[in-house]
Design a protein around this ligand. Structure first.
Ligand code: ADP
Ligand code: MG
Length: 488
């Protein structure tokens, strides 16, 4: 069987890994790098992907697409926060789908992610010397049904066969626990460029069982950058009375400088931000020169840290454990290099030291490669049991909502329910499928609507009964089937 690879299709950076002699290794890309920036750019004569696309982003902000993963599977109105973070033009397409407008043409996030996937797999094929077709792709544990389906669609557009969608924190734990064969409870805190996942797993030798997963798909390094960008723009406006936010190119330079400053502040206590010729006033060039201290950065981003805290505490509560029960803490995602983030995790988990054996940039791809090995039969003894992070609910006409599958249920799972269409006048039944939490109705997302029609008439005194089977497969994707049940 040809090699199957594991792909960490990141918001910021992507990584591909493969099993070599039953051990996962990262595949270097055509440029010799272990990570590929998740960036696509359009030029007059075609497109650029990865490092080359990233390199030209300041000069070509409106035709450079990044953070695609923040948009995949989201409706336009669900992406308001994300639109603020990107430099290209985002519009509402058919059925409220997100579309990127480039040179009067509209592109779907799936199409652009497909370009990225194609490049990652082509590089892997050259490295391995064989054509790769089968892939395992990781997604944030908190990706909903639509985001998972769209990721599958992107792979399909790229001509790939998806063996499995794996949750990122689960993949990271798999990479960590793979050769340890220990019995321990692991907490994975994964803060990347665009999302946060906190998962709690029990590992028992070759058995990996996820107990709980909590997260926020609107929170990542990009949000930290935005706070610094806003601060820089405000400082400049205070000094020169010019709003740099209105100039796309200046804004792109500010965003880049903000990210660089954030990264520097992970190792130093203050950093100088210097942007010469960022604007002009009365024909005179204006420069931006400021110093940002780590303490000030921490203040600007304190509210984001609070969101991290809330998810971390909720994960422990959902797993029904206390910090003392955690044996190992894994930090995954490059945003966990922010000192305040590390401090927060250390404070909540208490005395326990943070495990440094995993490379935060590579663990997810390595885990995805292990999962590929399990599915192709190369790794026989490992067993991975994941869960669904959302409840699945059914809303019937009249607004009545009932939970069908509770969150944190092991997947794959299925559940059958009987619904009745009453009286001889009702021959159709309208049902809505919701994904979310019953207590948080505003966050509940309608993921499907079913109109069951032509319900067979039975005896007028008897209700017509339909059995509906709800399934969540191992990819975390839903399937619903209905069957007319005759009552005899
Ligand atoms: P993703 O999974 O979203 O692709 P990564 O795990 O590669 O993300 O993380 C990317 C994010 O990490 C970016 O927002 C980047 O600015 C941030 N980052 C990278 N290095 C550092 C660092 N040393 N300190 C703080 N943040 C960092
Ligand atoms: Mg990541």
């Amino acid at each position: 069987m040809a090699k199957a690879v594991g792909i960490d299709l990141g918001t910021t950076n992507s990584v591909v890994a493969v099993l070599k002699d039953a051990h996962p290794v990262v595949i270097v890309n055509a440029a010799g790098m272990r990570t590929t920036p998740s960036v696509v750019a359009f030029k007059e004569n075609g497109h650029l992907i990865g490092q080359n696309a990233k390199r030209q982003s300041t000069l070509n902000p409106e035709r450079t697409l990044y953070s695609l993963k923040r948009f995949i599977g989201r409706r336009y109105r669900e992406a308001a926060e994300e639109i603020e973070l990107v430099s290209c033009n985002v519009v509402s397409g058919p059925n409220e789908a997100v579309r990127f407008e480039i040179d009067d043409k509209l592109y779907a996030p799936e199409e652009l992610s497909a370009l990225l996937l194609r490049k990652l797999v082509d590089d892997a094929s050259s490295y391995l010397g064989e054509t790769v077709h089968d892939v395992v792709i990781s997604v944030p544990a908190h990706f909903n049904d639509s985001q998972r389906r769209s990721t599958m669609d992107a792979a399909q557009i790229a001509g790939l066969n998806v063996l499995r969608i794996i949750n990122e924190p689960t993949a990271a734990a798999l990479a960590y626990g793979f050769s340890r064969k220990a019995h321990e409870t692991i907490l994975v805190f994964d803060l990347g460029g665009g999302s946060l996942d906190v998962s709690v797993l029990d590992v028992s030798g070759d058995l990996f069982e996820v107990r709980a997963t909590v997260g926020d798909t609107h929170l990542g390094g990009g949000n930290f950058d935005k706070e610094v960008t806003d601060w820089l723009a405000a400082e400049f406006e205070k000094r020169h009375g010019i709003n740099l936010r209105q100039d796309k190119q200046a804004l792109q330079r500010l965003t880049e400088a903000a990210e660089n400053a954030k990264v520097e502040l992970s190792t130093v206590l203050e950093t100088q931000i210097s942007l010469p010729f960022i604007s002009t006033a009365a024909a005179a060039p204006k420069h931006l020169e400021v110093i940002l201290k780590r303490a000030q950065f921490n203040e600007l981003t304190a509210h984001l840290l609070e969101r991290c805290r809330a998810s971390l505490e909720a994960a422990l509560a959902e797993a029904k454990i206390t910090a003392d029960d955690v044996d190992q803490v894994l930090l995954v995602g490059s945003s966990t290099r922010i000192p305040a983030v590390q401090e927060l995790v250390r404070k909540i988990i208490g005395k326990r030291e943070i495990n440094r054996c995993v490379n935060p940039d590579e663990a997810v791809a390595l885990g995805a490669a292990i999962q590929a090995g399990i599915l192709t039969g190369e790794l026989k003894e490992l067993l991975l049991l994941d869960i669904t992070p959302f409840s699945l609910e059914m809303e019937t006409e009249g607004g009545y909502v009932s939970t069908i599958i509770e969150r944190n249920t092991a997947i794959p799972t299925r559940c059958a329910r009987l619904f009745s269409a009453t009286g001889d006048t009702q021959s159709a039944l309208n049902l809505y499928l919701l994904q979310g939490e019953p207590k948080l109705t505003k966050d509940n997302r309608r993921v499907g609507q079913f109109k069951l029609e032509g319900i067979a008439p039975t005896h007028p005194d008897l209700p017509q009964v339909i059995e509906i089977t709800f399934e969540i497969d191992a990819n975390g994707i839903f399937n619903v089937t209905a069957q007319d049940k005759k009552i005899i």
